[in-house]
Design a protein around this ligand. Structure first.
Ligand SMILES: [Cu+2]
Length: 335
């Protein structure tokens, strides 16, 4: 079967004049359909088929500066029926973010979701501003996963919904800018997991082979988890943009793999946990049902005089070695 319409983009924009909008009313949605995922076997983390695409959220305004507010993923089969999130390794929306690089350093403009969290949304009053660039595009990437079902033949469609606010509304509402950072557990080379195969890329590679994903190799954040309970501690560099600039965290999302129990931010100077998020595991299958998030306008203030660690715990109740990651995706504001 030929996928002629491999990619479709629908716009749900609403227009109203005169009356001031609330933040909810100002949010517009773009829906990106990623199809062509044929799942016929086990795909462990980072080995499933992946698809990537540059998407202009406002094609009618090639110079638009927009504020990305949320993203979510829904998975369907070819009959249009909803499928389990267990088939999602991750979905990323990467946006070019404006930043005073000399003052603060280079930041990440990536929204990510993975198993256990089908959506993310910045708290009220906050969003991630996209740089005003010609033909402003976000990069959307989806990778499939199938850790459990050995007998399977499914054609899956991933629907990514991106919520955003246009610059005029964001200014009127006083929306404040957030930046992304990744507090990831890392391991020495001998403890790294090496995925058994490279992912199959569906469609074109927008980076033409220079993938920004680093997939397939021995990633320092992808580790092996033998059976039993484990704790992984990793010191965070005080040179990270969020820490160096005393960033205030407004949103934290967890990234764990099945058998992952928790990821925490530990303040070594104050000798206390700053925040700890846990995951709910399916009792019978290697699937994460839910991961906790932190979302607050109050915020968590980082202190560049303190040293921090990311602490990840796993309880591998299976009899085999599995692979794991432990990441806090943090979104923070700067003065
Ligand atoms: Cu992962």
């Amino acid at each position: 079967m030929k996928y002629v319409l491999a990619f479709t983009l629908l716009f749900g924009a609403s227009f109203s004049f005169g009356t001031p909008k609330t933040e909810k009313e100002a949010i517009q949605y773009a829906t990106v359909i990623m199809d062509g995922f044929h799942i016929k076997k086990i795909y462990t983390s980072m080995t499933g088929p992946l698809k990537e695409k540059g998407v202009a959220l406002t094609p009618e305004d090639k110079f638009a500066s927009i504020w990305v507010k949320s993203m979510s993923v829904d998975i369907f089969n070819e009959k249009g029926q909803k499928e389990s999130e267990e088939y999602l390794c991750h979905a990323w929306v990467t946006i070019p973010t404006p930043m005073n690089e000399e003052k603060y350093g280079r930041v990440s403009g990536m929204l990510t979701i993975s198993q256990g969290m089908p959506e993310m949304e910045f708290p009220p009053g906050y969003a991630m501003k996209m740089a005003k660039v010609i033909d402003s595009q976000v990069n959307v990437l989806v990778q499939a996963l199938n850790n459990v079902e050995t007998k399977i033949d499914k054609k899956l469609i991933y629907r990514i919904k991106i919520g955003y606010i246009d610059d005029k509304d964001a200014q009127a509402l006083g929306i404040k800018q957030l930046y992304g950072d990744s507090f990831a557990t890392q391991v020495p080379p001998e403890k790294r997991h090496r995925p058994p195969s490279k992912p199959e890329r569906l469609g074109e590679d927008p980076h033409k082979g220079h993938s920004m994903t680093g997939m397939g190799g021995a990633d320092p954040v992808h580790f092996i988890v033998p059976p039993g309970k484990h704790e992984y501690r990793w010191p965070l560099s005080q040179d990270m943009v969020s820490i160096r600039n005393n960033g205030v965290i407004r949103l934290i999302k967890l990234h764990l793999h099945p058998y992952g129990e928790s990821v925490a931010l530990y303040d070594k100077t104050a000798k206390k946990f700053v925040w700890k998020g846990t995951a709910t595991q399916d009792s019978k299958r290697a699937v994460l049902l839910k991961t906790e998030s932190y979302s607050s306008t109050e915020g968590i203030k980082l202190n560049n005089q303190h040293s921090y660690e990311v602490v990840t715990t796993y309880n591998n109740t299976s009899k085999q070695t599995v692979d794991g990651m432990g990441v806090l995706r943090v979104y923070y504001g700067l003065k």
